[in-house]
Design a protein. Structure first.
Lengths: 149, 576
């Protein structure tokens, strides 16, 4: 949900809400196309505007994610689908916490195909997830400096 | 407010921890489910917990189930943290004991709102908890003094006994009763009495070990359980400390009050192995301590219970004895020391108990007096003796007087004179053949009243003798005022009269004094011929005792009446 209106609807409120929304959309698209990867506002709300906390969880993500990806590769090699599904579940949680819908969706897809023991689809889903995660890590690293300023 | 977070994912953990600290919570962190369960089992656990559903080892739902199974008091409010969004899963989680849930990734506003809802519920829970605790305390504790009541005491004793049985250890019970508490209540009021009880309870609690239980049984009775003692010495020392502490004066409303206690002690296993017996025995030991002069302690011994059992049995039997006509009157002759003639007979009551046989009055009269049966028994004796004497006269035996003992409690205004008068009228006995025997101490209780009653009795025409003379305390001036006919020298002076010069001198003085007041003198408890001769030499008038015969039933007495003089060899002595 991007905005709300209380009933009875008043014309002024309606107009100003629509204006805010269109502005936000323009900012997202024009200034920082990478932000479809991260919902920065949602993330900032989750950390309560605390840039130190933001930096902390991003560092944790950058530390943890390569480990999880490594676990996934090992699980694929040994066809351990339940280990793969558990790792995907964890990645999904982390991505959710960092407000990355793209990464969350990729992890969710991997978790789902791993659960139904589909190895080929799992391999594909892993490739997608790995690519998204790497882009996400880079984007998050930039975000630390942006928000610290 | 303390809050527990159980979360294996480091990012979620970090987020939650930081946000919650920012909101002012004191955060306890567990990285696994097992770690969280260990924390929740402790006494001082956080009462608010956020548990991740999916954790390796014990998961959030299992922890919920364990917490609810344990029924932790006070209540722990649990929120499940879940990435799942299927409704069915949430229903399952909450049916396992979760109070609420929050989905990951969490929204800060929602988390805050849900936590606040939880805190509201917790504060209601804690209010409920304290009300329940207060009720529980009320049911198990004495409201006045705050110490455990009889109910909790029983519980604790049963528990302590189970432990003692298991460990092979000993324990003791003290039964404590304040001395003269009723007097304090009656004279200073119940408010003062209540404060005193409270102070005594405080003293007891402060005096004993922390592991001992002090309880109030009701009234001014307290009990103390002393678990795990080495032997009787430990119990005695503890009881001495208690007596010492209780006897220290207490100040109530600026008034210094002195109170003492009596303590009975029973021990496990020597005096009993169950709670009921131990309490009963400590109680009977306490009564013994009271009898021994108060402010005392007494260990239980088995003979107390034998006495107590006998007493209860006797009491119930005594009630039935009158209806079943188990009482009988025995007669002991009173003989003229100069002629050997039988002058009278003392009527003595006996109880022919269906199992115990003949019970002597020394055993049942005190009990009859306490239970209020004495008046009925005495009335029956008086009537039997008068009727018997009249019957003997009617069949032609020489007329003698019959002596009947009157106890102190019967010597009340109005009662005695009226009942004697009625009895004489009913039996038709001439009053001059009834001899009422009263002790010095009975008369001396209220000498002025005694003079009036004795005068009324004399006006009826009956004889009055002063019984057990010499053992009590009466002055000559009183003796002179009492309108009596005879004194009976107590047998304790007769026993050694031939060997003890003091006894001989006293007996001689009594005879001389009585004669100077124109009173007859009867010697009691004469057992030997030497005693008889000595009394004759003192010029004593009459005697009774085993030398002639012990008290006998009426039928045997008739034989004595028939052949009296020849039996005793008194006349030959005088004839010489």
């Amino acid at each position: 949900m991007d905005g709300y209106l209380s009933k009875p609807i008043q014309a002024d409120a309606l107009l100003s809400t629509i204006n805010n929304y269109t502005q936000t959309v323009n900012q997202l698209n024009c200034q920082n196309p990478e932000d479809e990867l991260v919902d920065v506002d949602g993330l900032m709300a989750r950390v309560q505007g605390d840039s130190k906390l933001l930096a902390d969880i991003i560092r944790l993500f950058i530390e943890e994610s390569p480990k999880i990806l490594k676990e996934m590769r090992e699980a694929l090699t040994s066809s351990d689908m339940s280990a793969l599904s558990r790792a995907a579940h964890r990645m999904k949680g982390s991505a959710g916490n960092l407000s990355s819908k793209a990464c969350y969706d990729a992890a969710l897809r991997l978790e789902s195909v791993a659960k139904i023991n589909n190895l080929d689809s799992s391999k594909e889903a892993y490739q997608v997830l790995e690519a998204v995660t790497e882009r996400l890590m880079q984007r998050l690293a930039c975000l630390i400096t942006e928000k610290a300023a | 407010m303390k809050i527990l977070i159980a979360e294996d994912d480091p990012i979620s953990r970090k987020l939650l921890e930081t946000v919650l600290i920012k909101w002012g919570y004191e955060v306890v962190v567990a990285q696994t489910g097992n770690e969280a369960w260990e924390i929740l089992k402790q006494d001082n656990t956080p009462r608010l917990a956020i548990l991740d559903w999916m954790m390796p080892g014990m998961d959030g739902v299992q922890i919920c189930e364990s917490v609810r199974m344990q029924g932790t008091e006070p209540y722990i409010y649990i929120m499940l943290l879940t990435a799942k969004s299927h409704k069915q899963d949430l229903v399952y989680g909450m049916s396992c004991g979760a109070d609420d849930y929050i989905t990951k990734p969490f929204n800060a506003g929602e988390l805050k709102a849900r936590l606040n809802a939880g805190i509201r519920i917790l504060s209601l829970q804690s209010e409920l908890f304290s009300i329940r605790e207060a009720l529980r305390k009320q049911a198990s504790h004495d409201m006045l003094t705050g110490v455990p009541n009889r109910l909790l005491f029983s519980d604790r004793l049963t528990q302590s006994l189970a432990c003692a049985k298991r460990d092979g250890s000993k324990l003791a019970i003290m039964f404590l009763d304040l001395d003269g508490f009723k007097l304090i209540n009656d004279t200073l009021g119940h408010d003062v009495g209540d404060v005193l009880l409270k102070k005594v309870a405080d003293k007891l609690t402060a005096t004993v070990r922390e592991s001992d239980t002090v309880a109030r049984m009701g009234g001014d009775e307290f009990t103390i359980i002393l678990p795990d003692i080495e032997g009787p010495l430990d119990a005695i020392m503890a009881a001495q400390k208690v007596l010492q502490s209780v006897s220290q004066p207490v100040i109530i409303n600026g008034r210094e009050l002195f109170v003492t206690a009596s303590i009975g002690i029973s021990q496990y296993p020597s005096d009993g192995i169950d709670a009921e017996t131990l309490v009963k025995n400590a109680d009977s030991a306490m009564y013994r301590a009271k009898e021994q002069g108060r402010n005392a302690l007494q260990l239980y011994t088995e003979s107390f219970s034998a006495v107590a059992v006998e007493r209860v049995t006797m009491e119930s039997n005594l009630h039935k004895a009158l209806e079943r006509e188990e009482f009988i009157v025995y007669y002991q002759p009173r003989v003229d020391l100069r002629t050997g003639d039988i002058r009278g007979a003392e009527a003595l009551v006996r109880w022919r108990h269906p199992e115990l046989g003949i019970v002597s009055p020394a055993e049942f009269i005190p009990l009859a007096e306490e239970t209020g049966l004495l008046a009925q028994i005495s009335g029956w004796v008086l009537k039997s003796a008068c009727a018997q004497n009249k019957a003997w006269q009617d069949v032609g035996f020489p007329a003698i007087s019959v002596g009947v003992n009157i106890s102190g409690s019967e010597f009340q205004p109005g009662d005695l004179v009226g009942s004697v008068k009625r009895t004489l009228a009913e039996t038709g006995l001439d009053p001059s053949y009834l001899d009422l025997e009263l002790t010095e101490s009975t008369l001396m209780l209220n000498p002025d009243h005694a003079v009036r009653v004795l005068r009324d009795l004399k006006n009826l025409g009956v004889r009055v003798s002063l019984d057990d003379f010499g053992t009590g305390y009466s002055s000559l001036s009183h003796l002179k005022k009492f309108p009596i006919d005879a004194v009976k020298i107590d047998q304790s002076f007769i026993k050694d009269i031939t060997t003890d010069r003091d006894d001989a001198a006293i007996a001689g003085a009594i005879v001389a004094m009585a004669h100077s007041l124109k009173l007859k003198v009867v010697a009691e408890g004469v057992e030997t011929f030497e005693q008889l001769e000595f009394l004759q030499s003192l010029n004593c008038d009459e005697m009774q005792g085993y030398f002639i015969t012990r008290p006998v039933p009426a039928s045997d007495f008739e034989h004595i009446l028939k052949s009296a003089r020849l039996l005793f060899g008194i006349r030959p002595c005088y004839a010489a």
